[in-house]
Each structure stands twice: as structure tokens, then as C-alpha cells.
Design a protein around this ligand. Structure first.
Ligand code: DGT
Ligand code: CA
Ligand code: CA
Ligand code: ZN
Length: 595
């Protein structure tokens, strides 16, 4: 049995065969015949598969002769066409890979493969760089430069940018456009950036302006622009340094809600929403909502009114994944997501005593400036030689200094440490010293190549230590440069709950660790979550927004986040022995959670 083949797939096969023949330099008449057949088949009003089953003579179809009719029958009965397979086999190696580069057609791909022996994107890039492409007949420097750009734009498209970097670039562009364009009104990130995905394919910006053309012109003229991909009256696309695509769209204020909603995606969320709207007799697009019967278009200035027209509550962008947020919205049980202003303290801060850049007082003042009620200083332990970790003596000294600072600042100053979990699961300080600390963040910084069982045992052993308050950056991954360690997530989450150990959502944008899906699972299991910035500089505390975004993508409410507890309740939590403190958290967060 072969899968049924539909008309589009048959047309595609003839389209492909025309390209293959063209590459071979075959007769133009044969090529045209295949192309004509493809076009005819695309536009047929009946299924070829059915027609063959019913015994129709395909040659009665205009443009379908004996040869093509036989190939259709062969494809329908065997799932492939031998002439097509033979053509593919004759192709020089790598030609199809070259054709996958946007802007490179079959002729050039064949030329590069035959004349230069190029068989991959990499070898083509090398041939551009050493001048071999430019020296080909009918190519020249200009054409070679175009090939270089095509390769670059393909690489750019494939490479996703970590959100920290993408958001910085987006904010710089928004700032610059605000300066350049007095007529600019609204301007927001949309797409994956607005949903706080951890990596970003391209930056989408949507806005409104009295003079849309002016905003597009300003974007195209920004100093960081490397290439202009498209420059129209309401849409402009550019590539900015260091190789990130930016799509800007300017729309009308009275339909801005539909536009922002459409371009915020995700595509899957929008598909679900569109299906839902269709059942109500409505259709959606970037301009508004259309009544399918009357064809009347309603416009919406903001997203809330757009969702409300569909009888739905506002769905926060972080939840728009096209998974189960639509069901929750329909049943009106979307969570009341945690917000930055819910946080009452930061429990992961470094000073210049270890590898931070600022003195202790500056870090404390930074926590005061965030409006916090408490903070913990957590410099590294001595095992981490590179980070100038604190010896037992220096930690004792730091504790004394911190205790003496408390009266000078309006917040609770907690003595802490980010203590290494050694390869065998023991901690880097003696128990007596750890017992003097208010907050212990235990983290893996070494022996990251351990197998899953060893790593899982190691982390769980640390969780069983009575002084360990929080496990820091559980997976140790660095976005785009280091993968996670191997460990059994469910075993670790269960141990966290059973031992009364909180897990950190490390908000440093290069970490985001726990990641969203792990935090989601942790929340479901009732593990207390802490959003910590791991700041090594006073400016780092604002990175909490990245951690809050992870928590929101994990459907966390304020009640799921330990450091949203008010000072007294938080102090009560850390002073209660493990594992009873889990009960303190549950009771306190119920009170916090209620209106
Ligand atoms: P990215 O850029 O890969 O990180 O992910 P997005 O979600 O930003 O995707 P992008 O930039 O291609 O498009 C932005 C939004 O625009 C996307 O989330 C939904 C909407 N959109 C774009 N193209 C289409 C489309 O062909 N169909 C539908 N339904 N929506 C689209
Ligand atoms: Ca995008
Ligand atoms: Ca885009
Ligand atoms: Zn660390």
C-alpha cells in the first residue's frame, strides 16, 4: 500500500522534474511540457487519484500526453517515478543543498558544482571568499557579492538569537526610532520576543504613526543596518548588526489591537483562535474581525477588546503557545500570572568579595532601589578558584560585616553563600559555618560531565542537607554555548518537594535555568520557586524581568514564587527547619494569593 498522492504533490513532482532537466541542459520543449503539466494539474477540479481509479483516460486532459499520463499512473501506484529518481541520481553531490540557499537557482547551483567542485554551503562560501566564484564566466564581483549575501541571509535565518541579546537590540532600535520620528506613537515588540521565547528568530516591531513612511525610512537609515531586505510604505525589513533581522510594521491606531495580536503569534495560538472564531461565524486577520455573513469588519484599538469580542479574557502573550491556553481561556481559568512588582527580595547576588564587580554596600543599595524588603548576599565558596571564592575565614568575616550593616539600610540583609556542590554531593563549607547562614544557594559548577544517575544523586544529596535553602541554576546550561547537565528531572523535583528545598529560576538571560518547561513541572508538583538574578553588578537586578517571564511561561502566579512572600513570612520560612517549611510556604502563599 502506498499513501494516496494528491494533485498538488503530482504537480510538484513535474515541477521538480522540469528543474532537474533544466540543470542537465535537456531540451527546452521537454522542460516546458513538464511545467505546463504541473500548472494544469494544480488547477484541476477533480482528483487524479480518483480519476485513475474510475478508469478515466488521462490523455483527455489538455497538456497531458502519453509520457506524462504514464508517469502519473506510475506515481499513483508505486509512490515514485523512476525517471525522476534517475535524474536525482545523476545530479552532482550537494546541488540540492546549494539550491536551498535563497536566491540561488538550478543554473547557478549546477555551475558551482560542475566548475568549482562545490558541494555544500560551506565550500561555496569558501569559493566566494577566495575569488573563484567571481572568476566564473558571466559571474564577476557583483554577482559573487550577491551570492555571499544570500549565504549570509540563510545563516541569519537559521541562527536564533538568545532573548537577552535580542531584547537589547530591540530596545536600542525602539529608542533610536523614538528620537528620529516625532510622529511615532505606539511601538512594541511582537512575535517571539513579546512571548519571551528563550531564543528569537527575528525581531518583530509593530506600531502606529502619523507618518508611517518616515518610521520605515528611519529604520532603514539606522547606523547598525547591514542590509535592507524590504522597504515599503507600511512594512520595512532590515538586517542589523550582529546579523539579526528586524521586521517593522506600522498600522492604523483604530485597528492596532488586531495587528499586535496577529503579529504576536504564536502561529499555533492564532490558528486555534481562528478556528474558534470560525465557529462563531467570524474570521480574523491583522486588520480586525470580519462577520462572515455580513462581511462587516470590526476594528479594535487594543488586544483586550479583540479577545473580548470573541468572548475570551485577555490571554497574556507568554501563554500563547497554541497548547492548552485556549481551553483555559474558554473556560475562564487562565492564571493570574506573577508580575515583576510581586517580588519582595533577591536571593542571589555577588559582590567584589568573589567575582562580582561592586562592593557589598552598592549591591545592598541596588536591592533597596528595587523596592525590596530583603536581599541575600551569596558570594561563591572557595572551591571555585576562578571566582575568587571565599575561604571559611573570609566568609566568617563577611557575615560579621553584613550583620553590622543591617541597621544602616531599610531592608533585611541576609547572610548567604552560593556554595559549590562538589562532585560527590558534599558542600564546600563545614556544617557549622553553613548553619550560621540565612540563605544557602547550592549550585553545580564542576564535574558537569557526570552521568545522569551520578548527577541526580549528587544534587539530591545536597538537597538533603539541612542548611541548603535553594538549588541554583539546576541544569547549568548557558544559552547558545553550553548544554544542560544530564539528570533525572522528575526525581530531582520530587526530592525538592520532599526535602523542602526551593528551586531557583535563574534570571540571568544567558541562563534562564530552570527553563520554562521545567519550572512548569516544578510548579505542578508544588516545589517553591525563587526568582534570583545572580547579579555580579548592581545593574543586574533588573534582569529579574527575564526570570519573571520564565515563571509566567510556567503559568506561575504570585503564590508559587517564594520571594514574593512579605519579609516576615519569608523570614519565618527560612527559620523553620526543613522539610516542615514547605507547609509554611503553602500556608503563607495561600494568604498572599487571596485578594
Ligand atoms: P521567530 O521569529 O521564529 O522567533 O518566531 P515568531 O513567532 O516571531 O515568528 P515570525 O517572526 O515568523 O512571525 C511573527 C508572528 O506573525 C507569528 O508569531 C504569527 C504571525 N505570522 C507570521 N506569518 C504568519 C503566517 O503565515 N500565518 C499566520 N497565521 N501567522 C503568521
Ligand atoms: Ca519573529
Ligand atoms: Ca518576523
Ligand atoms: Zn553559579
Amino acid at each position: 500500500m502506498t499513501m494516496p498522492v494528491n494533485n498538488d504533490e503530482i504537480a510538484q513532482l513535474f515541477e521538480d522534474m522540469a528543474i532537474l532537466l533544466e540543470m542537465k541542459g535537456d531540451s527546452i520543449f521537454k522542460i516546458r511540457a513538464y511545467q505546463r503539466a504541473a500548472r494544469t494539474i494544480e488547477n484541476l477540479s477533480f482528483s487524479l487519484d480518483k480519476a485513475v481509479q474510475e478508469g478515466t483516460d488521462l490523455k483527455t486532459i489538455p497538456g497531458v500526453g502519453k509520457a506524462i499520463s504514464e508517469k502519473i499512473r506510475e506515481l499513483l501506484s508505486t509512490g515514485q517515478v523512476s525517471t525522476h529518481q534517475n535524474l536525482l541520481a545523476e545530479l552532482p553531490e550537494g546541488v540540492l543543498d546549494l539550491m536551498a540557499i535563497p536566491g540561488i537557482g538550478p543554473k547557478s547551483a549546477m555551475l558551482f558544482a560542475k566548475e568549482l567542485g562545490v558541494n555544500s554551503v560551506e565550500t561555496l562560501e569558501a569559493a566566494v571568499n577566495d575569488g573563484r566564484v567571481a572568476s566564473l564566466p558571466r559571474m564577476g564581483k557583483k554577482a559573487a557579492d550577491a551570492v555571499a549575501r544570500h549565504i549570509q541571509s540563510m545563516i541569519t535565518k537559521d541562527q536564533r538569537t538568545p532573548i537577552g541579546q535580542a531584547l537589547m537590540v530591540a530596545e536600542e532600535i525602539i529608542g533610536a526610532l523614538r528620537q528620529e520620528c516625532p510622529g511615532l506613537d505606539l511601538l512594541f515588540p511582537a512575535g517571539s520576543l513579546r512571548r519571551w521565547e528563550e531564543t528569537i528568530g527575528d525581531i518583530d516591531l509593530v506600531g502606529t504613526a502619523t507618518d508611517p513612511q518616515q518610521v520605515g525610512d528611519a529604520l532603514a537609515a539606522l547606523p547598525g543596518v547591514r542590509e535592507i531586505l524590504l522597504h515599503g510604505p507600511s512594512k520595512t525589513s532590515v538586517v542589523v548588526e550582529p546579523g539579526i533581522q528586524v521586521d517593522l510594521r506600522i498600522g492604523e491606531p483604530d485597528s492596532f489591537g488586531a495587528m499586535l495580536q496577529y503579529f504576536s503569534g504564536s502561529q499555533q495560538h492564532n490558528l486555534r483562535l481562528r478556528d474558534y472564531a470560525n465557529h462563531m461565524g467570524l474570521s480574523l486577520n491583522e486588520y480586525g474581525i470580519t462577520d462572515l455573513k455580513t462581511e462587516k469588519v470590526e476594528r479594535f484599538p487594543d488586544e483586550a477588546s479583540f479577545y473580548a469580542r470573541l468572548g475570551l479574557p485577555y490571554v497574556p502573550p507568554e501563554l500563547r503557545l497554541g497548547l492548552w491556553e485556549m481551553d483555559a481561556a474558554i473556560e475562564n481559568r487562565l492564571p493570574n500570572l506573577v508580575e515583576e512588582t510581586d517580588l519582595r527580595g533577591d536571593l542571589h547576588l555577588h559582590s567584589d568579595w568573589s567575582d562580582g564587580q561592586d562592593p557589598i554596600e552598592v549591591m545592598i543599595q541596588a536591592a533597596v532601589d528595587q523596592g525590596y524588603e530583603y536581599m541575600a548576599l551569596t558570594d561563591h565558596s572557595s572551591g571555585l578558584g576562578i571566582a575568587n571564592g571565599l575561604s571559611n575565614e573570609r566568609l566568617s568575616q563577611q557575615i560579621q560585616i553584613l550583620r553590622s550593616q543591617e541597621s544602616k539600610f531599610p531592608i533585611a540583609i541576609l547572610c548567604g553563600s552560593e556554595v559549590d556542590i562538589r562532585a560527590d554531593g558534599t558542600l564546600d563549607y563545614p556544617d557549622e559555618l553553613l548553619a550560621q547562614l540565612d540563605v544557602v544557594v547550592a549550585s553545580v559548577h564542576s564535574a558537569m560531565g557526570q552521568d545522569s544517575q551520578t548527577m541526580t544523586d549528587r544534587i539530591i544529596k545536597a538537597m538533603n542537607h539541612p542548611s541548603v535553602t535553594i538549588i541554583g541554576h539546576l541544569s547549568t546550561r548557558l544559552l547558545g554555548s553550553r548544554g544542560p547537565v544530564d539528570f533525572d528531572l522528575d526525581a530531582v523535583l520530587e526530592a525538592a518537594r520532599d526535602t523542602g528545598t526551593a528551586l531557583e529560576i535563574n534570571a540571568a538571560p544567558e541562563r534562564l535555568d530552570l527553563k520554562d518547561t521545567h519550572a512548569y513541572r516544578a510548579r505542578e508538583l508544588g516545589v517553591p520557586l525563587v526568582i534570583g538574578t545572580d547579579s555580579h553588578h548592581h545593574s543586574g537586578l533588573t534582569n529579574r524581568r527575564f526570570g519573571v517571564a520564565v515563571a509566567r511561561r510556567a503559568w506561575c502566579e504570585r503564590s508559587h514564587i517564594l520571594n514574593s512572600l512579605p519579609r516576615d513570612q519569608f523570614l519565618n520560612y527560612i527559620r523553620t527547619p526543613k522539610p516542615e517549611r514547605l507547609g509554611v510556604f503553602e500556608a503563607a502563599s495561600k494568604r498572599v494569593g487571596s485578594p
